[in-house]
Write a protein that binds this ligand. Structure first.
Ligand SMILES: C[S@@+](CC[C@H](N)C(=O)[O-])C[C@H]1O[C@@H](n2cnc3c(N)ncnc32)[C@H](O)[C@@H]1O
Length: 322
């Protein structure tokens, strides 16, 4: 696979974001995109196999079962761009169905180089596929893919695994609007949000028995130690998953077990934590199946079809740009 990379200011940006997140008045925070370095991407892959985390399996079941139907409904010829592809394991079902009809260009867009590499290894054996990965943020990557599209080709954008849930609802709608602005009428977006379920089920999914999700979360502090020369003592922080009822989301936090001071030299920062103070690292918003329709409409899409998994409430939505 060819990969287009850009990373000249990555560590400067990381330091600036860590500095602004940890000096925020009130709730300290770190951006969830930084969870995905090489170790974070590998840990996320393990999470997707955990018995407690039914989300990825539900997404995959829907794609396996309905892949041919999804492809039937697309305007062709079509190229495929995937926002935050991760390992691309589930995407195989859509790509195989598509490659039976046409030669297919597939463009995974990822900030994690190791996820891009996993994705290529996972999908390169599909017949009639060409893969060009973009190591970019979602919209920057999509703009480049759209600029390269061949005349007369449509685009199918995949946004799977409930990654839309990492945005606050209004920001999620703004993001869909941005995606729509890059697309042309007749292009499509396959959007997979996770649906509401019991609090107990959600808390298990984001705080598994083996502690893999805890390691995934704590790795963010380890990453700051590795890349920004910081001195976080990981044993002095605990992973916490909590329900935010008002936002209908599960939040991940890192709770300081004691009062402590941490130095982050590359970010020119010394930061104090009170006992039990937390750093908010990720939110995963949960949706009702019906709320996807107005959300899609307000962003300039119509919902062509929706499929819901019966074992783990999760919805695959095929949205067509109007
Ligand atoms: C929740 S994981 C989902 C992975 C995969 N789509 C799945 O369904 O299993 C989110 C993925 O998006 C990538 N990612 C996170 N923020 C990103 C951003 N701003 N731009 C591009 N990729 C991003 C991460 O590296 C990660 O692989």
């Amino acid at each position: 696979m060819l990969v287009q990379t850009i990373t000249p200011n990555a560590s400067y940006e990381f330091a600036a974001d860590v500095r602004s997140g940890l000096t925020k008045p009130g709730q300290k925070e770190l951006l969830s995109k930084y969870l995905y370095d090489d170790i974070g991407s590998a840990l996320f892959e393990v999470i997707s196999h955990l018995p407690e985390y039914g989300l990825t399996r539900a997404d995959e079941r829907l794609l396996r079962r309905h892949g041919p139907d999804i492809v039937e409904r697309l305007a062709t010829p079509v190229a495929v761009a995937e926002l935050g592809s991760g390992s691309g394991r589930k995407t195989r079902h859509v790509l195989e169905a598509l490659c039976r009809r046409q030669r297919t260009a597939y463009y995974p867009i990822e900030i994690s180089p190791s996820a891009l590499a996993m994705c290529e290894r996972e999908l390169r054996d599909i017949e009639s596929i060409s893969i060009l990965g973009f190591e970019r943020e979602y919209l920057d990557g999509l703009l480049e893919v759209a600029a390269q599209r061949s005349r007369g080709h449509h685009l199918l954008v995949l946004f799977l695994g409930s990654t839309i849930g990492n945005f606050h609802r209004p920001a999620g709608i703004r993001f869909l609007n941005e995606v729509r602005r890059i697309l042309q009428p007749g292009d499509s977006l396959l959007l997979g949000p996770d649906l509401e379920k019991s609090n107990a089920q959600l808390l298990r999914a984001y705080d598994d028995e083996l502690g893999v999700t805890a390691a995934f979360n704590l790795n963010l502090l380890a990453r700051i130690n590795r890349e920004l020369d910081a001195d976080f003592d990981l044993a002095q922080f605990a992973h916490v998953a909590r329900i935010n009822h008002e936002d209908r989301s599960v939040e991940m936090h890192l709770r300081s077990r004691c009062r402590q001071i941490v130095n982050i030299p590359v970010a020119e920062l010394e930061v104090e934590f009170q006992e039990n103070e937390t750093i908010w690292t990720e939110s995963s918003h949960k949706y009702s199946p019906e709320e996807v329709f107005p959300m899609a409409r307000s962003a300039g899409f119509r919902c062509e079809a929706q499929w819901i998994d019966e074992q783990w409430p999760f919805a695959e939505n095929l949205l067509i740009a109007e």
